[in-house]
Design a protein around this ligand. Sequence first.
Ligand code: PLP
Length: 401
Amino acid sequence: MTAGPNVYDSEPIPQAARAEIEHLLSSGDLFRYTASENAPVTLLEREFATMLGAKYALAVSSCSAALFLSLKALGLPRDAKVLIPAFTFAAVPSAVVHADCIPVLVECGDNYRIDLDDFEAKLTNDIRAVLISHMRGHTSDMDAIVALCEAHDVPLVEDAAHSLGTVWGGQNIGTIGKIGCFSFQSYKLLNAGEGGILITDDDDIIARAVIMSGAYEHNWKKHNASPSAALDAAFDRVQNQLPLYNQRLSNLAAAVVRPQLAEVPRRVRDGRTNHDYVAAKLQSTPFLTVPDKLEKELRAPDSLQFNLVDFSPEQALSFQSAAKSRGVSVQVFGLSTDNARAFWNWQFLGETPDLPKTREMLSKACDTRLPARLHKADLDFIANALIDAAADAKGLVQAAE
Ligand SMILES: *Cc1c(COP(=O)(O)O)cnc(C)c1O
């Protein structure tokens, strides 16, 4: 077993966070509503909204909480049907279930993106919302999706948990739908350990989401630096009308994230360069293929997905173990019995539908981490290990035949 590059450790938290954390530790001011204004969580919301060009942001305890609050803020009735891609993380259908709604799964193709024919066929009149998950940062055809949602007058929510920094046709991912949701969990671009944030331009949605996130009494007044009459009216309409789910973020988490915002352009740029470098190398073997991104998409990856070409399930398993013994951990999404990104493992949904396209993709789609902090020697190591492991797997099984 060779030791490969460490792809799990995060980057260190910028030094600037320490002074703010020290200050919070000495004052004990960890709750966002203790101070009358300018709590770190509120400042993070303003800075994040400005960075993405959104009117409002609400920081919460996770992206899952942001997704849940988005559906609640849309006022969806119990048992409302919500379209989601079948290729996503189990947290996404879970957030739909948590919001008392019913997820309807849409097929995804070999390039990991939503199958638009299936999307259109399933966007029937009983669908009350569309939740697009940009899984691993892969962006589906948002022009087509927006046009279909508008034609059906159905609100669009973006799960951009793992897509911060991705741009579609010049527009930031997360600002295309009515609401965009992001994660601060340690494997995402901004790391607070845990946390999430939603953005929107809609007065009523932000008012509803803020209150339900746990802004009891008139704490919503501490959220916005420049309240407008329209926003105040939106809050007045829902004061005392909504449950408080208390999914707030702590000042400590906000203090950890804020100095990382300046790092976003560098992390995006290096992540993309690293990804494209390894992807180009993998194209040199006939055994592996990296699907093209869509034309209008500018990606911000911190991991690499690629497909095995004509591997039997046994060859796919032997590829995984050959890569591991060469020092690189790679997972075929559909091969383990508990992968949280394989829809048939979402057994909390009851019966999962038969989705042959997505199942076929998951049986050959591989996932390996590729954080922005890696250097060229690490990238060469990973690319070569994957290429050699593919040859091992093909050769070994052929030799045994
Ligand atoms: C990480 C992730 C989530 C969940 O984010 P949490 O902050 O851990 O709740 C949801 N969707 C996608 C696509 C993710 O990558």
